[in-house]
Design a protein around this ligand. Sequence first.
Ligand SMILES: Cc1cc2nc3c(=O)[nH]c(=O)nc-3n(C[C@H](O)[C@H](O)[C@H](O)COP(=O)(O)OP(=O)(O)OC[C@H]3O[C@@H](n4cnc5c(N)ncnc54)[C@H](O)[C@@H]3O)c2cc1C
Length: 310
Amino acid sequence: MKPDSDARLDTLSQQLGTHAVRQGSLAKYSMAGIGGPAELLVIAHDRETLIAAVLGARALELPLQVFGGLTNCLICDSGLPGVAVLNQVRGYRFEADYRLHAESGAIIAPIARVAVQRGLGGLTWAVGLPGTVGGMVVNNAGAFGGETSSNLVSAEVLSPEGLVVEVEPSWFEFEYRRTRLKSSVEGWVLLTAVFQLRPTELAHLQAKADEYTARRQRTQPPGRTLGSTFKNPPGDYAGRLIEAAGLKGRRIGGVVISNQHANFFVNEGYGTAADYQALICLAQSEVASQFGVRLEPEIEFFGMECTCGG
Ligand SMILES: Cc1cc2nc3c(=O)[nH]c(=O)nc-3n(C[C@H](O)[C@H](O)[C@H](O)COP(=O)(O)OP(=O)(O)OC[C@H]3O[C@@H](n4cnc5c(N)ncnc54)[C@H](O)[C@@H]3O)c2cc1C
């Protein structure tokens, strides 16, 4: 007979030693400061631990979720069953042919800044992008006209069967803020990504980086947020629609629709996932009834459904 889930979690916890903690807080690592505990939280600082955690959870038939910076995920208040792996495998290097080779847990913003300082264009749009290379690729993140898919040339993924496979960009099936890995139940894990950069005039790159940083500071609220709550609908902006619906500054519990940018919802310190979700439902229903537009969440929900209908 298969041991019960608690016994299997204990087994994996013992296998992973100090990297694993039972009932580990996800709110502590979430950019929004929201979310209950994971039954087993694993912090992977190296590739071996990342792979061991993923393969161990699969072998023990435990629910598994891999996260990067948790900058785009809403974790439910009661927490997550099974194993949550926080990928902090941070290494990266610039190669001779203007390529950037990055581990999936590397934090993208400082790397994009170093690329600018080296006179390498291609990722300048990402100088202020929160999160890791893994989340950026999985979400096909983008800003200021740039997008992850434009520069990715290859990647290494861990297959559901535990094989390390090198894949081409087309494998990801890139769409607007989405790839085949987003919200996928297939179980692929991104290990590394390679980006092609190009030599560019330093002054031009620095001016662009400064411009993008200033625009973020001007338009985006500081604090505990998951960034853009909704995708922009075709030909319009989610923030414009939410503002036009009169919802700027609207609060539910500890979460408020930012007065600076209506597509950003901010946890003012005591907010819950339920508050966040209730505001999402409110914005969706007001925008739908006033303008006939259905807003689709850009953030992802874990341990909870977006139950606002539609
Ligand atoms: C203030 C703010 C501003 C933002 N601005 C932008 C912006 O301009 N443009 C934009 O596109 N986004 C933006 N975002 C959203 C977010 O920063 C990006 O989507 C980011 O790339 C997510 O990275 P992450 O490491 O935090 O991913 P997470 O939130 O941890 O995860 C995102 C998804 O990727 C999966 N995932 C993560 N790593 C792996 C892996 N190694 N293997 C398999 N799956 C994995 C997770 O399971 C989840 O499905 C913003 C967010 C904030 C808070």
